[in-house]
Design a protein around this ligand. Structure first.
Ligand code: SIN
Length: 361
């Protein structure tokens, strides 16, 4: 028989252990599936072909969002999903107006407490542009993932279903919060600012060739290894609720024997900005310089980018940007430089300010 003091101590100890077990049970995190909205815009992921081996020459943007979701019942294991058909287009037809509609819809949805993340299905041809536009205009740290497919939904080994599943997984992942707008294709996670389409037709077309991808999706989990250092989403100064149109910015492409014809036409048509995708380090052909100077004198903002696709365009390198009052695109490709310049022009036409933005975003 234990003395009563020892019995009391044993009872107190077992009561403490019981309470501690109960508390641990109460504190165990309740696993709630995230609420993800899938905004469909068309593209090959919603495309159909004549046969299962039709991987080129198919029709993009024919399958509606409800059928895209129905085709992947596994989505229900990782999220509560619902779909909205925002557009049904091939992405070569994506427009500035479409972007404004999309960004405003994403902002409205993410402001709600019952939406944890957004997936946008999109054609791959301009996917990187839409992703970067959203990277600069979404006002939330909640995940936004843009996804497409290289094979239509009817193809043998279509990549759309797994890409949609992976995108939903990433959009519901706590690790994706605050990483900016993401692109997921081919089991990889990429930053909107850095990723580009590198191949006309292969599944591994989306790459951030030199700066690198952010991570992988494997075994039903998103793994992040790095993130872009450039400001994005909630930290940008661009506010799509303040405007309904974007200023005209066009791209002129550099090549041997280039003349000023296209540049002059864009300026005559009212371009407020020109992205000059020059050869090499954004070099300017002597025969184009007078037109560039004349455009600048009229108020058109000139941004020197490069057609090379990688690397920094050096300020005051191949041209005296200080003297010409030009801006350099840093590492942005021409199509993304166009987006940043359009948004910059909604705030200012001061080239020093615009240059700051190109080194910030
Ligand atoms: C498109 O961009 O809409 C067509 C091509 C694709 O989605 O891969």
């Amino acid at each position: 028989m234990f003395p009563s003091s020892l019995r009391r101590a044993l009872f107190a100890l077992s009561a403490c252990m019981f309470l501690a077990a109960g508390a641990a049970q109460a504190e165990a995190p309740v696993q709630r599936l995230p609420n993800i909205v899938i905004l469909a815009t068309g593209g090959t992921i919603a495309g159909t072909g004549a046969t299962s081996t039709t991987t080129v020459g198919y029709t993009a943007a024919t399958v509606g969002v409800d059928n895209l979701i129905k085709a992947v019942p596994e989505l229900a294991h990782v999220a509560h999903v619902r779909g909205e058909q925002v557009f049904q287009i091939a992405s070569e037809n994506m427009s500035n107006d479409n972007w404004l509609v999309l960004a405003k819809r994403v902002n409205a949805l993410l402001a709600r407490g019952d939406v944890d993340g957004i997936v946008i299905t999109h054609g791959t041809d301009t996917l990187e542009e839409t992703a970067y536009f959203l990277d600069l205009t979404v006002k939330s740290r909640k995940p936004v993932v843009v996804v497409g497919a290289m094979r239509p939904s009817t193809a043998m080994s279509a990549d759309g279903p797994i890409n949609l599943y992976n995108a939903t997984l990433v959009a519901g992942s706590a690790d994706a919060i605050g990483k900016g707008v993401l692109v997921t294709m081919n089991d990889q996670i990429q930053a909107a600012r850095e990723v580009t389409k590198t191949n006309t037709s292969t599944l591994d077309t989306f790459k951030a060739t030199e700066l690198g991808m952010l991570g992988y999706i494997q075994g039903n989990k998103a793994y992040f290894y790095r993130q872009s250092t450039r400001k994005n989403t909630a930290d940008t100064e661009f506010d799509v609720s303040q405007f309904d149109t974007l200023p005209q910015v066009d791209i002129v492409y550099g090549y041997a024997n280039m003349g000023p014809l296209a540049l002059d036409a864009f300026v005559a048509a009212g371009a407020k900005g020109i992205i000059h995708a020059g050869v090499g380090d954004g070099s300017l052909a002597t025969r184009v310089v007078p037109s560039l100077k004349a455009a600048r004198a009229k108020g058109t903002v000139i941004v020197r980018a490069s057609r090379v696709g990688q690397g920094i365009v050096a300020r005051n390198g191949e041209a005296n940007d200080d003297q010409l009052d030009f801006v350099v695109a840093d590492t942005l490709n021409a199509q993304k430089a166009r987006i940043l310049l359009m948004l910059a022009l909604t705030k200012t036409s001061d080239t020093k300010e615009i240059q700051r933005m190109f080194y910030t975003y």
